[in-house]
Design a protein around this ligand. Structure first.
Ligand SMILES: Nc1ncnc2c1ncn2[C@@H]1O[C@H](COP(=O)(O)OP(=O)(O)OP(=O)(O)O)[C@@H](O)[C@H]1O
Ligand SMILES: [Mg+2]
Length: 350
């Protein structure tokens, strides 16, 4: 169990600075997810935490102790990689117990720890198999078992599910989260998949270009995105973004008039972008938005109705039994408190 803190972290590769003044606190036992697009610095931050990459500036603290120069072996951290990095010539039990063999623990003790981990991970019947004889999900579990037996203070995961198919990914993300709830080991989990972040995290750290854009619970990021970038990154289907201006105490753009959300800081004449989540909208006989139906995508549970509004694509999520026909003109509406407003120039939430 441990806290992890980053204080004004800077990272350069040679002359190229990829991280600037990053500060973040991860609480004891927390499941934190680093989320962001390719190249934003997620792996770099994880590798610096593990000691596989040097820290150029600032302080990395684990349980309050500065770790910048501490050898990876002495940080008490276990990392699970995207490709699992299993040893192909070792059976499962040896893969799981290898780090303990290296530390020269007694054979009986290793066996006990490996068996305990295997029981938790449903691998008991597979201990004598080789990695090539396992499914992707089972290999993933072996990689987790290896981290578990080390009884590390912090678990680091770098996109551990990206090699699995959609169904297995959904199952494994539940398994990893349940494992966390049982062990309560502080965990930092990297992904670029916002669904993974939303379903697994206590705390989401949304990153952009080596900086932190927003930190909060999944609900914080969904309900109160701090910027256009955050709004656009979270939510499937993506939030509808409409550029307009504040005129006569309302939001106006070509063809769309909306009331201002209560308590907004938007001021008269300001160029603003309205963010409307498809799931917050309803189709009906009357509404502040009028559009032409382009198509309805059925997802099984519901349908995503695409509207053409002045040439722009606009999505409304509706119950599956609402009947809409292509080319039909429909109305859509949203409660004012569900409207997100952002300054169009800075992207900041208003
Ligand atoms: N060894 C390296 N040498 C030089 N630049 C690097 C090195 N490793 C990473 N970078 C750069 O640092 C930035 C952050 O890379 P990083 O691998 O941390 O991104 P990421 O968020 O993990 O992306 P992805 O989702 O693609 O894995 C990128 O601009 C990348 O090109
Ligand atoms: Mg990466």
């Amino acid at each position: 169990m441990a806290t992890v803190a980053y204080r004004n972290i800077v990272k350069s590769y040679g002359a190229v600075r990829v991280m600037e003044d990053l500060s973040l606190d991860i609480a004891d036992g927390e499941f934190a997810v680093l989320l962001g697009p390719s190249g934003c610095g997620k792996t770099t931050l994880l590798r610096m935490t593990a000691g596989l990459e040097t820290v150029t500036g600032g302080d990395l603290l684990i349980d309050g102790a500065r770790m910048n120069e501490v050898h990876p072996r002495d940080r008490d951290i276990a990392m699970v990689f995207q490709n699992y990095a299993l040893y192909p010539t070792m059976p499962v039990w040896e893969n799981i117990g290898f780090s303990l063999e290296v530390r020269k623990l007694p054979k009986a003790e290793i066996r006990k720890k490996v068996e305990a981990a295997a029981a938790v991970l449903n691998l008991t019947d597979y201990l004598d198999r080789y990695p090539r004889e396992l499914s992707g999900g089972q290999r993933q579990r072996v990689a987790m078992g290896r981290a578990m037996v080390r009884e590390a203070k912090v678990f680091l995961f770098d996109e551990p599910l990206s090699n699995l198919d959609a169904k297995l990914r959904a199952q494994m993300r539940m398994e990893i989260r349940q494992l966390h709830d049982r062990l309560e080991t502080t965990t930092i989990y990297v992904t670029h998949d916002q669904i993974e972040a939303m379903t697994m995290a206590d705390k989401i750290v949304l990153m952009k270009g080596g900086r932190i854009e927003q930190v909060g619970t999944p609900d914080d990021l969904f309900d109160a995105p701090a910027s256009l970038y955050a709004a656009d990154f979270i939510g499937t289907p993506a939030i509808n973004l409409i550029e307009g201006a504040v005129v006569d105490g309302a939001f106006k753009s070509a063809g769309i008039h909306l009331p201002l959300p209560p308590g907004t800081a938007a001021t008269a004449g300001q160029r603003v972008t309205a963010g409307l989540r498809p799931s917050d909208m309803t189709l009906g006989a009357a509404g502040s938005i009028t559009g032409r139906v382009v198509l309805a995508e059925k997802t099984g549970v519901e349908q995503n109705v695409h509207l053409d509004i002045g040439g722009a694509d606009f999505v409304v999520t509706a119950p599956r039994d609402v009947s809409v026909r292509p080319d039909e003109t429909v109305q859509a509406d949203i409660p004012p408190q569900k409207i997100h407003l952002f300054d169009s120039a800075s992207g900041a939430r208003l």
